[in-house]
Design a protein around this ligand. Structure first.
Ligand code: CTP
Length: 153
């Protein structure tokens, strides 16, 4: 019987850690489905990307070991996808260790060791990208200092 593996992620600035994960997951079964987080869903997660959803989807879709790509729109779609696609294994990097154990009633759940020394966040900070959340925090700090200065004046 065909064994289908599913995973989800943002896959911004696609890098070797992403590729290693996808290859390992494909090695666990016969077919690999990847849910790519939409820009709207990333916003909900407080994550902003450099590469827009359509391009991230297209990059992941072109990876040899990936068979099907789907948009990831919400946290709770996983149960439905697992049932609809008759998934045998849900897999994700071990930065999510234990976080999806609730899916064990539907399929096997595996956490794959991350490739060390690389992440989208590290690439972004190396090139000086600042995300929206950091900017909002910075603005709050500036406003706070401003309010103190106003009181002193
Ligand atoms: N991943 C991995 N090894 C890495 C980086 C990511 O195995 N070095 C895995 C994650 O665990 C996840 C998938 O790749 O299962 C997609 O991760 P994503 O969050 O898109 O990538 P990161 O590079 O971890 O991005 P960020 O730094 O923004 O969290």
């Amino acid at each position: 019987m065909k064994r289908t593996v599913i995973t989800y992620g943002t896959f911004d600035l696609f890098h070797i850690g992403h590729l290693n994960l996808l290859k390992k997951l494909k090695g666990l079964g016969d077919e690999l489905i990847v849910g790519v987080s939409t820009d709207e869903f990333n916003e909900e997660k407080g994550k902003s990307t450099i590469i827009k959803f359509e391009d991230r989807l297209s990059i992941v879709e072109s990876i040899k070991c990936v068979d099907i790509v789907i948009p990831e729109n919400s946290w709770d779609q996983k149960e439905k996808d697992i049932q609809n696609y008759n998934v045998s294994i849900f897999g994700i990097g071990d930065d999510w260790q234990g976080k999806f154990d609730n899916l064990k009633t539907l399929c096997e759940v595996v956490y794959i060791p991350r490739t060390t020394g690389i992440s989208t966040t590290a690439i972004k900070s190396k090139f000086g990208f600042v995300n929206r959340k950091d900017l909002e925090d910075l603005k709050k700090s500036i406003d706070f200092v401003g309010s103190i200065l106003d009181k002193l004046n």
